[in-house]
Every structure is written in C-alpha cells, then in structure tokens.
Design a protein around this ligand. Structure first.
Ligand SMILES: NC(=O)c1ccc[n+]([C@@H]2O[C@H](COP(=O)([O-])OP(=O)(O)OC[C@H]3O[C@@H](n4cnc5c(N)ncnc54)[C@H](OP(=O)(O)O)[C@@H]3O)[C@@H](O)[C@H]2O)c1
Length: 79
C-alpha cells in the first residue's frame, strides 16, 4: 500500500478546524507537511506543537496571486 512517508504535503488552512486536525494525522503518518495561513502566531504555535522545521511554515494569503506563486516556488523544492 502507498504510504505518506517522506511525501511532501502542502496544507492550506492549517490553523483552521479541518487543517489543525489533519496536520497531526499527516505528520505522524510520516509526511513532510508544509503549513500555511495568514496568521503568523497561530502558525508558529501549531508548528511548535509538532516541532516542525521552520522552513515548513509559510505565512501567506492564498487570495493573492503573488503570494501563491512564492509559496509554490518554495514548496516545489520539496517535491
Ligand atoms: N468544517 C466543515 O465541516 C466544512 C465542510 C465542508 C467544507 N468546508 C470548507 O473547508 C474549508 C476549511 O474549513 P474549516 O472549518 O477548517 O475553516 P476554518 O476553521 O475557518 O479555517 C480556515 C483556515 O483557512 C485559513 N485561511 C482563510 N483565508 C485564508 C487566505 N486568504 N489565505 C490563507 N489562508 C487562509 C485560516 O487561517 P488564517 O485566518 O490565519 O489565514 C484557517 O487556517 C472552508 O473553506 C470551509 O468552507 C468546511
């Protein structure tokens, strides 16, 4: 069966109701989860709770094309 071990996952809305529940499931399944949202404090707290590497956290507003492009450019180094 395909596993998530070492797969790169970009989780938008990571600090929200769905995202914050999905994050530990993906993390403990072995995925490298990149988290994003607009609020730096909420992202930092979530990231710290799982000791994610700093480079897997991005503050971005995905309603803004240039921020999505920047996010894509960083994330593509993972995959
Ligand atoms: N809950 C449900 O049962 C359900 C069912 C079907 C569909 N949905 C949909 O699934 C999505 C997530 O649901 P949820 O309950 O987890 O919502 P939520 O608790 O309101 O969380 C929304 C998340 O999206 C982030 N976000 C909002 N606008 C953003 C933007 N412009 N750029 C980047 N990040 C943004 C928020 O973080 P920041 O505010 O820090 O940016 C937060 O992490 C929503 O679109 C919802 O309509 C939910």
């Amino acid at each position: 069966m395909e596993t998530l071990k070492d797969k790169c996952v970009l989780l938008t809305g990571a600090t929200g109701g769905i995202g914050s529940k999905l994050l530990p499931l993906l993390h403990y399944a072995g995925a490298r989860v990149f988290i994003t949202g607009r609020n730096q404090e909420k992202l930092a707290a979530l990231s710290a709770s799982l000791k994610l590497p700093a480079q897997q956290m991005f503050v971005a507003d995905i309603s803004q094309q240039e921020e999505v492009t920047a996010l894509k450019n960083v994330f593509f180094f993972c995959i």
